[in-house]
Design a binder for this molecule. Structure first.
Ligand SMILES: Nc1ncnc2c1ncn2[C@@H]1O[C@H](COP(=O)(O)OP(=O)(O)O)[C@@H](O)[C@H]1O
Ligand SMILES: [Mg+2]
Length: 252
């Protein structure tokens, strides 16, 4: 009984931590505001030159080009932010787990040419289709696989597998890489947590959000020997697990 109470406390605590992490979205907004200023300044500078009407045709051309390019940059920025802050509601379509893995294998083959790792696939035969959003699930598996490739040593094995466990479908990405020190495991799903020079630290939080939205769970474990395993668990019958969408009361 004591241990049940303890577990409940721990669960509450985890939930609180997660909520606190989401407040990192606030920080993300601050970063975004900063990133928006530069393109805006460029656009208004270029517009100013065009307005003064004294510029040569070449210079005017250049201004128009700057405006178009910077507007596009702003658009891309906004899309990336919205993907994170407000992922679109997942589609509900039948998705064959094997085809997901095959798609990710195809998408990562070019990355593998650059780094000699072994990518293997283990798909349990006769898996039922799951109901979910193909594009989002591919995105999640792809993020996990690319992380695994990044972490892998030369000739390391990256294993993508799909199997059922009880009423759940488990998709996992296992590697033999450098792994994550235990003190970092709890921060993996924090927005902006990255150990890579060019990392965004958004891959795992986005993946987590997508999987949760589908009524599933995403967990990271350190392998006993070396490397990491990231496992996506999805209910095989989402009807029972996913909250039915309520009439939209938030719009106003
Ligand atoms: N398979 C893995 N092996 C070792 N470390 C990993 C693995 N996957 C993720 N990580 C760690 O988690 C961090 C966050 O990953 P992610 O959210 O995808 O952002 P990014 O890849 O841009 O750094 C990585 O920088 C890395 O330190
Ligand atoms: Mg990543």
């Amino acid at each position: 009984q004591l241990s049940a109470a303890h577990r409940e406390l721990q669960d509450n605590f985890d939930g609180m931590q997660r909520a606190e992490r989401l407040s990192a979205l606030g920080q993300l907004s601050a970063g975004l505001a900063h990133e928006i200023r530069n393109p805006l300044a460029a656009i208004s500078g270029a517009a100013g030159i065009l307005q003064r009407d004294a510029a040569t045709p070449e210079r005017r051309q250049e201004c128009v080009r700057i405006i178009a390019k910077e507007a596009q940059r702003l658009d891309g920025l906004l899309t990336r932010f919205l993907d994170f802050a407000r992922p679109r509601p997942p589609r509900r379509e039948p998705v064959a787990p094997g085809s997901l893995i095959e798609a990710v294998r195809a998408l990562t083959s070019h990355a593998i040419h650059r780094k000699p790792i072994r990518l293997e696939v283990d798909i349990q035969p006769g898996l039922p289709a799951l109901t979910g959003d193909r594009e989002q699930l591919e995105q999640v598996l792809l993020n996990l696989t690319i992380n695994a490739i990044h972490a892998s040593p030369e000739d390391g094995l990256v294993l993508l597998s799909a199997r059922t466990e009880g009423t759940e479908l488990v998709l996992s990405v296992q590697d033999e890489g450098h792994g994550v020190p235990s003190e970092h495991v709890g921060r993996l799903f924090d927005p902006f947590f990255t150990t890579k020079e060019e990392g965004t630290g958004l891959g795992l939080p986005v993946a987590h959000q997508i999987v949760t939205q589908l009524g599933g769970a995403l967990a990271a474990t350190r392998n006993p020997e070396r490397g990491m395993t990231f496992a996506i668990r999805l209910p095989l019958d989402p009807q029972r697990h996913v909250q039915p969408s309520t009439p939209d009361s938030s719009r106003g």
